[in-house]
Design a protein around this ligand. Structure first.
Ligand code: HEC
Length: 108
């Protein structure tokens, strides 16, 4: 019983910590979820929701980062990249670098 209560209290504290931590620094996996990347590129960058959306896991970090920057600033622009450009205001360049490193470390 006691351990149950402790567990519930701990879970409660963790929820508060998580919800108040949104603006704090997130790791690659956290950013990937928070900045909506997961909505299009799917779990771990490997299960895109549309067949013509790219799998981004396991590519080289500098490549990934360069593409993110190009899509954000409009250098890489086409019918499908527009969808992504619309969310890129959510993520800073520093955060993109963190996500790129995380993605690069995942299996393809
Ligand atoms: C609304 C859907 C959508 C969202 C949200 C989205 N993307 Fe994309 N992303 C795309 C599409 C579509 C492309 C391919 C664009 C093209 O063909 O030029 C793409 C391309 C990329 C590429 C280049 C892949 C390659 O092989 O060249 C990277 C890297 C990437 N996205 C990362 C991200 C990250 C990181 C986020 C979150 C900040 C994100 N995307 C959010 C749809 C999305």
């Amino acid at each position: 019983m006691t351990s149950h209560k402790t567990l519930i209290a701990t879970a409660g504290i963790m929820c508060i910590a998580l919800s108040s931590g949104v603006s704090a620094a997130l790791d690659g996996a956290g950013l990937y979820r928070e900045r909506t990347c997961i909505a299009c590129h799917g779990a771990d960058g490997r299960e895109p929701v549309m067949s013509d959306y790219p799998k981004i896991a396991g590519q080289k970090a500098p490549y990934l980062l360069a593409q993110m920057k190009k899509i954000k600033d409009g250098t890489r622009s086409n019918d499908s990249s527009i969808a992504m450009k619309n969310v890129m205001h959510l993520i800073s360049e520093d955060e993109m670098a963190v996500v790129a490193e995380w993605l690069a470390g995942l299996p393809r």
